[in-house]
Design a protein around this ligand. Structure first.
Ligand SMILES: [Zn+2]
Length: 203
């Protein structure tokens, strides 16, 4: 049975992206370092595929996440209650091992006259996640971006994720999740608001 390249997911937006020789050579070096032979048939196209995959994992460097919050709706009919988007799946990569971080996020804010289309919160998350990250900074960057751009009464971000560098190497603890949170404004200052948002998020 033969496979064409599409079987390996090479039909995406990056399919035609040229990969410079030095980038391919770096990946060949890594394959050799790992103990395999980059000149064997199954690995011949791997350097170009890996390089294109990394461009895609790191698409966030090519965008400014705050852009997604630039179009707001001010006619909210006096709705100044909690807005919450939860169980948003995301993938990122840790900056220490370049291993996958997979998880879900809950993002909430208490508007102050301005609201944004709900899908935009997920776009902000992906804009920061598609970079080399640590989970704590990802959590803080998402919260700060919403705080700075929507100027709400409060922002709460909770991220729960598994780290490939923990599940696949080192201490090898599959199934262990790490939870990080960042609370700003009313969610930090007012214990009733904090309890309400965390319980709606399921924490
Ligand atoms: Zn790591």
């Amino acid at each position: 049975m033969t496979h064409d390249h599409d079987d390996y997911g090479d039909a995406g937006p990056m399919a035609k992206l040229p990969v410079p020789d030095d980038v391919q050579e770096a990946i060949r070096t890594l394959i050799r370092w790992s103990g395999d032979d980059p000149s064997r048939e199954g690995l011949l196209d791997t350097p170009a595929r890996v390089a294109r995959a990394w461009k895609e994992y790191c698409l966030g460097y090519q965008e400014e996440p705050a852009y997604h919050l630039s179009r707001t709706f001010e006619e909210v009919g006096g709705y100044n209650e909690l807005v919450l988007l939860k169980d948003i799946p995301f993938q990122s990569h840790c900056e220490h091992h370049m291993a996958p971080i997979t998880g879900k996020a809950a993002i909430a804010y208490m508007p102050n006259e301005r609201v944004v289309g709900i899908s935009k919160l997920a776009r902000v998350l992906h804009g920061f996640a598609q970079r080399l990250q640590i989970q704590e900074r990802l959590t803080a960057e998402v919260a700060q971006c919403i705080w700075d751009n929507l100027q709400p009464q409060g922002v709460a971000v909770v991220i729960e994720a598994q780290h490939g560098c923990m599940t696949g190497r080192g201490v090898k603890t599959p199934g262990v999740g790490m939870v990080t949170s960042r609370l700003i404004g009313c969610f930090l200052d007012d214990s009733r608001s904090r309890k309400e948002v965390l319980s709606l998020m399921g924490y």
